[in-house]
Design a protein around this ligand. Structure first.
Ligand SMILES: Cc1cc2nc3c(=O)[nH]c(=O)nc-3n(C[C@H](O)[C@H](O)[C@H](O)COP(=O)(O)OP(=O)(O)OC[C@H]3O[C@@H](n4cnc5c(N)ncnc54)[C@H](O)[C@@H]3O)c2cc1C
Length: 346
């Protein structure tokens, strides 16, 4: 089990290493550091670990409204996925149309929960501001001071920031303007996701839909996932174009429109859902990642700051850089930051 620290109960306000973000990048970094004998404190503003690897349970339904599946090409991510399969949190999912696709069983967040084992994580910890505690000569020296939304102040010497690029840029504008600037050119597309639960199973002519033209880019009938119950839950994800055009629309209108489009695509008449909700991912998928050779850390003898996340893809063991579009890119990026920090601490 991860050691989850409840809000407002930080045992120590000073720690050696802080990681901001309990998505795949932050968890990968946390695990590598833990295996190397370092205990990092992970802070995340969300309620549960996983970031965009997310699952919602509501009214007896289960929806995976973030990443739909993961693919593993690198040895490191393949090894984690294999261990998660053994632990029963992940399973091969050929329905996704790719041989190397894995689904949660049935929760995608299960992979994050598996990776969070043994880590110290404080959820609902919203970092608002990062500064140097005592600016001393040398551009990168001095402990870092993190100000949280609830007023808590945490100081640390080493920091790994794994938020999406726009949030990373804002957080590091004062403490590390060079890293903040790396994040600026990164472009994300948004994504509207609709979750609808129905009182009885639905007979769908097509099991799973992927239509790049939109408005729906992806639809999952959740009972088709490994380990899923038969409760009739449908998750719809809109295309980037639709999501950009309707970014500020009302969630209820998005639900109505995407459910109508889904019924039309399937050529069925849908019953009225007993549960429906829309979630807007403002930073869903990377459209333009950071250049490969871009800076990912600034370090001095006693202090360092790293950035990681899908937007800053690292090299896999096959020598290739990802495009930032897959969860594995986030994982490898977190691993790169932690390896570098571990080497510095040796
Ligand atoms: C709708 C959708 C569908 C997708 N489909 C797929 C797919 O099928 N396959 C695939 O491989 N990838 C998919 N992805 C992409 C994949 O989910 C991401 O690439 C990956 O999960 C990113 O991980 P990360 O750790 O870089 O960032 P995140 O998961 O975003 O984690 C960052 C964390 O930082 C936290 N945070 C942000 N700001 C602060 C702050 N100020 N203080 C504290 N915490 C903060 C956030 O709460 C979050 O938990 C999809 C993404 C979306 C949104």
């Amino acid at each position: 089990m991860p050691s989850v620290i409840p809000p407002n109960n930080v045992p120590e306000n000073s720690t050696e290493i802080v990681i901001i973000g309990s998505g795949l990048a932050g968890l990968a970094a946390g695990q590598l550091l833990r295996e190397a004998g370092h205990n990092a404190l992970i802070l995340d503003k969300g309620r549960r670990a996983g970031g965009r690897m997310s699952t919602r349970r509501a009214d007896g339904f289960l929806f995976n409204h973030g990443a739909q599946f993961v693919t593993a090409r690198s040895a490191a991510f393949s090894a984690v996925c294999a261990r998660a399969v053994q632990a029963g949190q992940l399973a091969k999912w050929p329905l996704a149309g790719r041989e190397d696709a894995f689904s949660g069983t049935p929760a995608m967040r299960g992979l994050a929960e598996f990776m969070a084992e043994g880590l110290t994580i404080r959820q609902q910890a919203d970092v608002k501001n990062i500064t140097r505690l005592k600016p001393i000569p040398g551009p990168y020296s001095g402990p870092l001071k993190l100000q949280l939304a609830d007023g808590t102040v945490i100081t640390c010497r080493h920091l790994i920031v794994t938020c999406p690029a726009p949030q990373t840029s804002r957080l590091l504008s004062e403490a590390a303007p060079e890293l903040s600037a790396c994040a600026d050119p990164v472009i994300y597309s948004p994504c509207w996701a609709v979750m609808a639960g129905f009182p009885a199973p639905i007979d769908l002519p097509r099991t799973l839909i992927q239509t790049p033209e939109g408005p729906i880019s992806w639809a999952t009938y959740e009972p088709l996932r490994p380990g899923a119950s038969q409760t009739a839950a449908v998750t719809l994800q809109a295309t980037a174009n639709f999501s950009k055009t309707h970014l500020e629309a009302e969630p209820a209108d998005i639900c109505d429109q995407l459910l109508a489009d889904f019924a039309e695509q399937q050529n069925i008449s849908l019953p009225h859902p007993s549960y429906s909700a829309a979630h807007r991912w403002r930073y869903a998928k990377v459209e333009q990642a950071c250049p490969q050779d871009e800076l990912f850390h600034i370090s001095d003898t006693d202090s360092s700051i790293f950035v990681a996340g899908d937007w800053h893809p690292a090299q896999g063991d096959d020598g290739r850089f990802g495009k930032g579009t897959r969860a594995e890119d986030a994982f490898l990026s977190g691993l790169r930051a932690a390896k570098q920090l571990n080497a510095q601490l040796a």
